[in-house]
Design a protein around this ligand. Structure first.
Ligand SMILES: Nc1nc2c(c(=O)[nH]1)N[C@H]1C(S)=C(S)[C@@H](COP(=O)(O)O)O[C@H]1N2
Ligand SMILES: [Mo]
Length: 218
């Protein structure tokens, strides 16, 4: 009995969670070079999400598009992925001072919103996530910067810890605008909406100072 207990404790203690094994596996499969430029590793992030990593079951997942659109829809992962996509080398800058330069692959958010009849005159897009996090930005910013909703980083599907299934690539904005585990996108005219960190004093604009951006403006 005693040995069984010790064996059980050993097993529990030694076995890292399957998800961190998945993250390690993703790190081994990632690309670290893009057109001659060196990328950072997907392990370089400092995990500091408000409720820790979220593990979304893709079989029950849906992305809701709501608000000022012709008709509210709930899309499956596969349905979102039918939208045109692109790759882009962009750095995420956290307000805490660290950053990660990665290759992102994602769908063009404006295409997705327009496909479901978003009001082109709407001022604001609000994003909600599985962990209760939220953030928002002007629709014009999204259009002008052709913002991507990423499903891959460094050539691998987003690991759970990094926001699977979708993370917003809010280029030139601080990391707190790069919402992970996105579950709903609301088309709105509420220019005053404040997300989780914005309500706690971080600027709603979240512009990264030009001195921190790279040669491509990211
Ligand atoms: N859903 C959700 N998305 C989020 C966060 C969060 O807590 N929850 N944190 C933000 C912050 S502050 C940063 S810097 C980036 C990267 O955070 P990470 O290093 O914890 O992955 O994710 C952003 N997206
Ligand atoms: Mo952050």
């Amino acid at each position: 009995m005693k040995w069984l207990l010790i064996f059980g404790l050993l097993l529990a203690g030694c076995a890292p969670s399957t998800d961190s094994e998945a993250l390690q596996a993703a790190a081994e499969a990632q690309v670290l070079d893009y057109k001659g430029e060196k990328l950072d590793s997907i392990l370089k992030f400092r995990e500091n999400s408000i409720k820790g990593p979220q593990y979304i079951n893709i079989d029950t997942y849906s992305l809701k598009i709501s608000g000022l659109i012709s008709e509210e829809v709930n899309l499956t992962y596969e349905e979102v992925l039918t939208t045109r996509s692109s790759e882009r080398l962009v750095t995420l800058h956290c307000v805490e001072g660290w950053d990660v330069k990665l290759l992102w692959e994602g769908i063009h958010l404006t295409d997705l919103l327009e496909a479901y009849g978003a009001d082109k005159e709407a001022s604001t897009i609000i994003f909600y996530a599985y962990d209760g996090y939220s953030t928002a930005m002007p629709y014009d910013f999204i259009k002008e910067n052709d913002i991507l909703l990423a499903y891959k980083m460094n050539g691998v599907d987003l690991p759970a810890e990094r926001g699977f299934p979708f993370q917003l690539v809010a280029q030139t904005k601080y990391g707190y605008k790069w919402i992970k585990w996105v579950t709903e996108i609301e088309v709105s005219n509420n220019v005053d909406y404040l997300g989780f960190w914005e309500q706690r004093g971080y600027t709603n604009n979240a512009q990264v100072p030009a001195s921190r951006l790279d040669g491509n403006g990211y």
